[in-house]
Design a protein around this ligand. Structure first.
Ligand SMILES: [Zn+2]
Length: 545
């Protein structure tokens, strides 16, 4: 059975035929894009004109997000900017610690059981003029109920005194770089990095194993994807225990599930050989809408949390350098095993010293064991300079940059974290393209909201929240940006032969748009309205998802 969809315009991303008016679909795949007369040659068809007023482009590919965006919405939103939840409700941003405490107190009063933890997310004290949220603040909300607030970066957790106590951290004499101490010698309540966060996380509603198996969260995440035109989304740091994989396989295989999820096993709590073995086992359990088998490594923390590792001269205002999440030995071991297995590895680096470490390790490893087309991908890699992009190119690395940072934290990077010059080179999309490093761009949802067209707008305009153009020379064109959120991201996942463009043989995945992103003014790219998606020929309307 063939369906031919007619649209106002179809942007195919196929270089040989970039625009069309019709696309023919059979068995969830594309027979061809062209005009009706050409497609009629495939045989009897049904003409579907429901998109005659819309623009179709390839289903958008979010190359770095986390399904936990769907889970976190059940916690209290504590972010600085307004944000839309999976039901379409807009939550107002909170501009002070008092406002955060006010919303938390309101939520606290609504929880009857005194032992149930109170969880919040998306906090970012960098906007609060140096004021930090400590355990004493949170104790004002409740001194008896455990409270935990995940920071926007996902790299810091703030807990109250009860939370520290349950985690066994309410004691003096602690000497851990991820556990800052107050004047009383006790932890302030901020816990930085996975080692410090995990023990408390499970007591304050952030148990990662539990999150992995959260079916409602997965479904909520999928609804957000439809609203943003996303048909393939990564879940880039999942612990993927067996029960979670079973749940995800079941949910993703149902015909009403609207997104293809690419889930990577996070390197945590196991040796690198065990991680690679697990990745290999998971790869065999992949189905069309749930792709498994990749591994995610972390090298450092976040720049706005001052836990990223920076090369000389370090942070602009002299803060101490950030945290290492892995050793060079572990990193080299993982890369070597992954090359031997053909396992996809994506590596989190934020600071340029972290990026440099990956470049050094991979160069060494490739000298021993050449690996053609490995497509290892540096994730974020925000602070890389031009020389590092040249090394990435030489080593066959891809990069997935994070232009949303310019809007959300660009003013802070300029004034507080890395200073003007390095803030302007952050997320150097134009340099990546000029150097020939395969490029994707991302939201890292829940760190910033899921929305590839917004991310593309950030890469094209590089505007900060205050309206400063940060790094005018690193802006990229709209066609380049649209390519990065489709084929570019698909390439980093080794899926570019299957998705990312509308052409014969590929999956019938489309983003359905009310406006044409190639004719709207570039500064309005983020305002392109999304009607919904088509995934494997199945239609999902954002208005009734
Ligand atoms: Zn991430």
């Amino acid at each position: 059975m063939i369906t031919v969809f007619e649209a106002r315009r179809i942007l195919t991303m196929n270089p040989a035929r970039p625009v069309a008016t019709h696309v023919a679909v059979r068995d969830g795949r594309i027979l061809g894009a062209g005009n009706l007369e050409e497609l009629a040659g495939w045989g009897e068809y049904t003409l579907d004109r429901r998109f005659v007023d819309q623009v179709l482009m390839p289903g958008l590919v979010e190359g770095h997000s986390h399904v936990s965006e769907g889970v976190f919405w059940r916690a209290v939103y504590c972010g600085y900017f307004d944000r839309t939840d999976p039901d379409g409700r807009v939550w107002s941003g909170l501009q002070s610690i008092d406002a955060v405490l006010g919303r938390l107190a309101e939520a606290e009063r609504a929880i009857p059981d005194p032992a149930t933890p109170l969880s919040g997310w998306a906090l970012d004290p960098i906007y609060f003029d140096g004021a930090r949220l400590n355990r004493h603040h949170l104790d004002q909300v409740s001194a008896t109920r455990p409270i935990g607030i995940m920071h926007a970066s996902g790299h810091i957790l703030s807990v109250n005194t009860r939370g520290l106590e349950l985690a066994g951290l309410l004691r003096s004499g602690l000497a851990h770089p991820g556990v800052p101490l107050g004047a009383d010698g006790l932890p302030t309540g901020e816990l930085k990095g996975p080692d410090a966060m995990m023990p408390a996380g499970r007591h304050v509603g952030f148990n990662r194993e539990q999150q992995a198996g959260d079916e409602l969260g997965l479904r909520q995440f999928a609804r957000l994807c439809v609203r943003q035109g996303v048909t393939t989304a990564t879940d880039l740091a999942n612990l993927l225990p067996d029960d979670a994989v079973a749940m995800m396989s079941r949910v993703c295989a149902t015909p009403d599930f609207p997104v293809r999820v690419v889930s990577f096993r996070r390197a945590f709590g196991m040796t690198m050989p065990a991680l690679m073995e697990r990745a290999r086992t998971l790869r065999d359990r992949s189905i069309d809408q749930l792709r498994l088998g990749g591994a995610k490594l972390f090298v450092d923390g976040s720049i706005q949390g001052f836990s990223a590792r920076l090369r000389w001269p370090g942070y602009y205002r002299g803060e101490p350098n950030g945290l290492w999440y892995t050793t060079p030995e572990q990193l080299s071991e993982a890369l070597e095993l992954a090359l031997a297995d053909g396992t996809m590895v994506h590596i989190h680096t934020n600071g340029d010293e972290a990026t440099e470490l990956v470049l050094d390790c991979l160069e060494q490893v490739l000298r021993q064991r050449p690996g053609a087309d490995h497509r290892f991908t540096l994730q974020h890699c925000q602070l890389a300079d031009a020389a590092q992009f040249r090394r990435m190119k030489a080593l066959g690395l891809c990069v997935n940059l994070f232009p949303n940072h310019h809007f959300y934290w660009g003013d802070q990077h300029y004034a507080q974290t890395v200073g003007p010059e390095r803030a302007e080179r952050m997320n150097a999309c134009a340099t990546a393209l000029a150097t020939g490093v395969p490029l994707a761009i991302h939201s890292d949802a829940p760190v910033t909201p899921l929305g590839p067209l917004f991310t593309a707008w950030c890469a094209v305009n590089r505007l900060t929240a205050s309206g400063r153009v940060l790094g005018a020379d690193e802006r990229i064109s709209v066609p380049d940006a649209l390519r990065t959120i489709t084929l570019g991201a698909a390439y980093t996942l080794k899926l570019d032969g299957e998705i990312g463009s509308i052409e014969c043989g590929k999956r019938a995945d489309f983003a359905v748009l009310e406006d044409d992103p190639t004719t709207i003014a570039p500064e309005r790219l983020k305002d392109v309205r999304v009607r919904g998606t088509v995934l494997g020929g199945r239609i999902f309307d954002a208005r009734d998802i």
